[in-house]
Design a protein. Sequence first.
Length: 211
Amino acid sequence: MIRWIKDLLNWVLEPRPLWLCVLVLGLSLYLAFVGQVSEPRIRLMGLFLQLSGVATVVWGLRETRQLFGYPTLFQHAIDWAKRFPRYKPSPISGEGKATLPAFTCEGSGYIWESFSREVAIEKRVAAIERNLKCVDERLNKVQGRLHYETNRITSELHKERLRREEEDINTRRQLELSQTGGLGISAVGFIWLSMGLILSTASQEIAQWLT
């Protein structure tokens, strides 16, 4: 039961712009028409609804700036005011630092046995076998190194591809939200502006009709 009540509340509160629109519109109509109806009250409520509709434009701009990580208009105004040029500017001092990237060095060596022709053939054949074994070990090391570097580069390329795909998805989502995310706010502003214009423009006629 508790879980169902929580799900029901989340479902009811999901269209928040709709409930905000109904709340402000209902409160404005209540204050305009309940009690003694007068033309100034209707006109003032129409003005309030128009200003509320204009406020939704500011709200939408704020949501868009936050979506792309831009500062608010108030913070932007404060930063602009802080850049007011001084009559006597303070002395400017500079300091520079440099950090050199780390570097590594590698070294390798090998042994090669050789004998003169006067040495017995058995010793020369044994030296050749040892040299071939050394060459085989070196080739195995090179092959292992190439295999390791190939796997490392392939893994890095795969991670980079996944990171770029994720960034593309996030960018596409931000663009979609910037284009369609404020439709609810725009609809609320349209309703408030429309009702405000009706009440402000036809306030005298509405007051005469209801009195």
